[in-house]
Design a protein around this ligand. Structure first.
Ligand code: GLC
Ligand code: MG
Length: 246
C-alpha cells in the first residue's frame, strides 16, 4: 500500500491514533479508501498505531498486511512506546512503567484460578492471560486489589486479560505521546473496537468506535466527540474522519 509518511521532526498537526486488529486492519477495501483519502490531503496525517500486540507481533502484522509504517508505535496495551525514524523505544516511558511494577506478584496472585491461562509473551512489561469468560478475570482482579498489588486491569473481547503497571494503558500512553509530539489544537482522531481501547477512546479527543466493535464498548455513554460508525474497521475510521474534519 502506498502512503506518504509524515515528517516527525516538526510537531504533528493532524493525527490518527488507531488500534490495529479489528480497527485499522480487518477490511482491506476500507483501508485503501482511508489511505487514498489521507494521500489526497495537503496536510499529512501522522499515524500512531496503538496495539495490544508485542513489538515483534506488531511488526509482523504491519509487514503481512502491507500497512504504512507508523510515525509512532505504541505496543503491549500502552506499556511500550516507539518513536523516531527507527522506531526506538522511548526510555522515559519505559522507566515510568517499571516504577512499582511487580510482575512476579501478579503471576503468583493468578495461581490456582481455574479458567485462567497465562499468555506466552517475550517479556514481563505486562502480564496477560486468556480467561474462560469474565469470571476468572474478575477473580484475578479481586485478588490483585485485595492484596494491594499495584496494577491496571484491562479485559477485552470476553477473553483477554491484561495486567499492566499502574498508570499504563493505551489512554495514558497516547496522552504521553500527544504531549510530546503534537501541537495544541491539532486535528486528532482516536479509533478502536474493543475493551483495551476504552481508555484511549475516553481521553477527550474526537473518537470513533467502529461498527464491528466488541459488545463491551456498547456501554460507553454517548457524548459529543464520540462517533459510532456504521461501517466496520478502516471504513468506519474514514466515515468518522469525514464527520469531524471533512
Ligand atoms: C492482543 C495481544 C494480547 C492482548 C490482547 C488484548 O491480542 O496479542 O496479548 O492480551 O491484544 O489487549
Ligand atoms: Mg482491536
Amino acid at each position: 500500500m502506498t502512503y506518504t509518511r509524515c515528517c516527525t521532526v516538526r510537531k504533528i498537526r493532524r493525527l490518527l491514533a488507531t488500534d490495529l486488529d479489528g480497527t485499522f486492519v480487518g477490511d482491506e477495501d476500507g483501508l485503501r479508501e482511508l489511505l487514498r483519502h489521507y494521500d489526497s490531503l495537503q496536510e499529512p496525517v501522522a499515524l500512531v498505531y496503538v496495539t495490544g500486540r508485542h513489538r515483534k507481533s506488531a511488526d509482523g502484522l504491519i509487514r503481512e498486511e502491507g500497512l504504512p509504517a507508523p510515525d509512532i508505535l505504541i505496543t503491549d496495551v500502552g506499556t511500550a512506546v516507539f518513536t523516531g525514524p527507527g522506531l526506538e523505544e522511548d526510555e522515559v516511558w519505559k522507566e515510568k512503567m517499571s516504577g512499582g511494577w511487580r510482575p512476579d506478584a501478579v503471576a503468583e496472585a493468578a495461581r490456582g484460578i481455574p479458567g485462567l491461562s497465562r499468555q506466552d509473551l517475550p517479556d514481563d512489561r505486562r502480564v496477560s492471560f486468556y480467561s474462560d469468560g469474565p469470571a476468572p478475570a474478575e477473580a484475578l482482579h479481586e485478588r490483585l486489589s485485595g492484596e494491594s498489588i499495584p496494577h491496571t486491569f484491562i479485559f477485552s473481547s470476553g477473553r483477554d486479560v491484561d495486567i499492566l503497571p499502574e498508570g499504563g494503558g493505551k489512554g495514558e500512553a497516547l496522552r504521553y505521546v500527544l504531549g510530546q509530539y503534537v501541537e495544541a489544537g491539532a486535528e486528532i482522531l482516536v479509533a478502536g473496537d474493543s475493551g483495551n481501547d476504552r481508555d484511549m477512546l475516553l481521553i477527550g479527543h474526537p473518537a470513533v468506535i467502529v461498527s464491528n466493535a466488541q459488545p463491551e464498548l456498547a456501554e460507553i455513554a454517548a457524548r459529543e466527540g464520540l462517533f459510532r460508525a456504521t461501517r466496520p474497521c478502516a471504513g468506519g475510521i474514514l466515515e468518522a474522519w469525514r464527520h469531524f474534519y471533512g
